[in-house]
Design a protein around this ligand. Structure first.
Ligand code: AMP
Ligand code: ZN
Length: 136
């Protein structure tokens, strides 16, 4: 993927600050962090998003997020860590190469990752589940 910024980072054509690397992924510090220590895992396979990633790569990712996430928490002494991953522009994705964010969090910090909770009408929740299950 010639014009993909994360492929360029993976090939070493663009500098990055690397925390971890194995045959399936690389973890680097995010250049514009929500909090210092914010890291992103880049899949080595170019896939625009989670849905395009092979199962083989997908299954290798979570153990790395767990390992590096624990390392970030231990190092920074933060109170929590958001693990999040955007798929599609509407979700906030800006780089279309699969990556997973690890964001250190502190009690009362100013990072905003949130939503206004909605509620379901009577029966709507069960219907929603039935509809989604049909497409699994
Ligand atoms: P997303 O909005 O989920 O697509 O996240 C893309 C992330 O990539 C953002 O948090 C950017 O700050 C980060 N990013 C973009 N370019 C670089 C880069 N050259 N090195 C490190 N992080 C980057
Ligand atoms: Zn790429």
């Amino acid at each position: 993927m010639d014009n993909c910024i994360f492929c360029k980072i993976l090939r070493g054509e663009i500098p990055s600050t690397k925390l971890y690397e194995d045959e399936n992924s690389m973890v680097i510090l995010d250049i514009s962090p929500a909090k210092k220590g914010h890291a992103i895992l880049l899949a080595k396979e170019h896939a625009a998003n989670l849905f395009e990633l092979s199962d083989k790569s997908a299954e290798k990712i979570l153990p790395v997020v767990k390992k590096v996430g624990q390392g970030i928490v231990k190092t920074l002494g933060c109170d929590g860590l958001n693990v999040l991953q955007n798929n599609g522009e509407a979700s906030g994705q800006t780089v279309f190469h699969l990556h997973v964010h690890m964001i250190p969090r502190y009690k009362g910090d100013d990072v905003s990752i949130g939503w206004k909770p909605l509620s379901y009408e009577e029966g709507e929740m069960a219907l929603m589940a039935e509809n989604i299950k049909k497409n699994l």
